[in-house]
Design a protein around this ligand. Structure first.
Ligand code: MEV
Length: 358
């Protein structure tokens, strides 16, 4: 059996700005993952997960023989990924084989509620990785990321892909995105292989590992309420005005400062940058800012700041998780007690070490 694990993620800084090509962000990969397992298919193959139950796949005739039947499946991350990998497989002249894909997630709680740790990205990266091995496509780590981003564009055209980068490359990382609108245009015109080979098409994409912060410990709190990234990204987009350019500049400066804090092992600078990143999200405007930093997320962060650390909503905000860095010589007990008193669950997670770049 072929198996591929792809990690969950948290945004540390640069959210919203990172949707613009070339705008930097910082993320971490977590030691919780989604695993995709592939075996030779029974019948025409299937996808099995908590969300789908057991979903048989159906196929239509295409140039190379077979293509996923789009009308009879939900066209989501898993299906878009299977579709794109099959296209690439055909381009590489590899014969199609039916497959059963089983997906298991550590990014949900026992009742299936999502923690907001990048499960869509992780399932996409895990599916690319498992099918790459199943077909022997020989994709490098960088190309697995690229294929995952191209599949994601089909479902969520504005997504930055930061979560895919964390899931693929692991560790602490600085990420900026390519122009996905331009890539979407290319997807209609060219082969997947040609897009992967076209360096110009990926301008703006950059990923670089950063050292973990010195003398600081990561704490993650879960608010228990799900957030809609697509909705919030849309709200922020509608509120783009003259201040937007200033927001992008300030976000870049904040991410640069955080990067320096991490590279130089300067805990004070790192904490200051994280507090600034919180302020930037709050500053997106009262109507937008308060949708991002909900009252529970505000409490989560205030408690940490009062104890000498720094915290902010992670990702789109509006619920999901808050991320905190606290001095290693401090006492976390007070923070955890206060979180519990406000129904904020401490998620016991660690950073997944980097996977190495190729
Ligand atoms: C969502 O996790 C983070 C945003 O920056 C959107 C994205 O990066 O696609 C708000």
């Amino acid at each position: 059996m072929i198996e591929f694990r792809a990690h969950g993620k948290l945004f540390v800084a640069g959210e919203y700005a990172v949707v613009e090509p070339g705008q930097p962000s910082v993320l971490i990969a977590l030691d919780r993952a989604i695993t995709a397992r592939v075996t030779e298919g029974h019948g025409a193959g299937s996808v099995h997960s908590q969300e789908y139950g057991n979903l048989p796949l159906t196929w239509t005739r295409a140039e190379d023989g077979l293509a996923l039947d789009r009308e009879h499946h939900p066209y989501d991350y898993v299906m878009a990924t299977i579709d794109l990998v099959e296209k690439l497989r055909a381009e590489l002249g590899i014969a199609p084989r039916f497959h059963d894909l089983r997906i298991e997630s550590q990014l949900d709680d026992a009742s299936g509620r999502k923690f907001g740790l990048g499960s869509s990205a992780a399932v996409t990266v895990a599916t690319v990785g498992a099918l790459d091995r199943f077909y022997g496509l020989g994709l490098s780590q960088r190309r697995r990321f690229m294929v995952a981003l191209l599949a994601t564009i089909r479902v969520a055209p504005r997504a930055s892909g930061g979560d895919l980068a964390a899931s693929t490359f692991g560790g602490w990382l600085r990420y900026s995105a390519p122009d996905r609108e331009a890539l979407a245009g290319l997807l209609d015109e060219r082969s997947v292989s040609a897009i992967l080979d076209d360096e110009q098409a990926w301008a703006g994409f950059d990923v670089e590992h950063l050292p973990a912060p010195a003398d600081l410990r990561l704490l993650v709190g879960w608010t228990g309420s799900p957030a809609s990234t697509t909705k919030l990204v849309g709200v922020v987009r509608r509120h783009r005005d003259g201040d937007y350019a200033a927001f992008l500049d300030a976000s870049r400066a904040c991410v640069d400062d955080l990067t320096t804090g991490l590279r130089t092992g300067d805990a004070d600078r790192t904490l200051a940058a994280l507090r600034r990143a919180r302020g930037l999200l709050q500053g997106l405007g009262t109507s937008v800012g308060s949708q991002i930093e909900t009252p529970r997320l505000a409490t989560l962060c205030d408690v940490v700041e009062a104890a000498g650390g720094a915290a902010k909503p992670s990702g789109a905000g509006g619920g999901d998780c808050g991320i905190a860095l606290v001095p290693t010589d401090g006492d976390d007990a007070e923070i955890l007690r206060a979180w519990e008193a406000h129904d904020i669950r401490h998620l016991s997670v660690a950073v997944q070490p980097e996977e190495g770049t190729t």
